[in-house]
Design a protein around this ligand. Sequence first.
Ligand SMILES: C[S@@+](CC[C@H](N)C(=O)[O-])C[C@H]1O[C@@H](n2cnc3c(N)ncnc32)[C@H](O)[C@@H]1O
Length: 201
Amino acid sequence: MATPRATPSADRIAHTLRVHSFNAAAAQYAAGRPSYPPALFDTIEELTGRPLAGSRVVDVGAGTGMATARPHARGAEVIAVEPGDGMAAEFRRTLPDVPIVRGDGDALPPAGHCADLLTYAQAWHWTDPAKAVPEVLRVLRPGGTPALWWNTDALDVPWIAQAAERGDRHFGLDLSAEKRNVNARVADPTGRLDLVRRQIR
Ligand SMILES: C[S@@+](CC[C@H](N)C(=O)[O-])C[C@H]1O[C@@H](n2cnc3c(N)ncnc32)[C@H](O)[C@@H]1O
């Protein structure tokens, strides 16, 4: 007897297509995206009260390894988690010495209580927080910390604001407002994360 399968919604299909859109452009992503400033990792060390050297870090949604490379260079023991084929292949080319596991933030592959730090570099918004927050709490060691971050436009710099407005006009969108509203991306429906926010130039 055949078991009826649930049909995915149009939104779900669109989300899956967007998730996998990274994979066809992984090399361009690695070449074109800006990396992250050292000040970000200084701030993470300051807020967690723990040096990255010797810490166990899981970088979730690691992509091509742009963020993974930074704690690795500071002496952390890092493993990467990434769902996409193309991004994982680019990661292996860039960081052949760093282990990468295929998986995603909604069902993390690592065992429980193994990480001091979970990083989501421009990746948290791809997760379903209702699943991802319990996963954060499962994988972190007691006293461990999640760190979520995004690049955004410095809209207080006049030429950047003007460029953002031109982009919005061209596409008929209000992406600048969306970028300004970083708080909306840090959804925690469980209310179990005690988040602190910092803005880093
Ligand atoms: C904007 S890229 C960021 C990549 C990398 N962290 C960086 O800073 O360059 C987002 C990444 O999240 C991955 N991703 C998509 N869905 C995910 C999920 N549910 N959990 C974790 N990562 C996901 C994508 O495959 C992609 O590599």
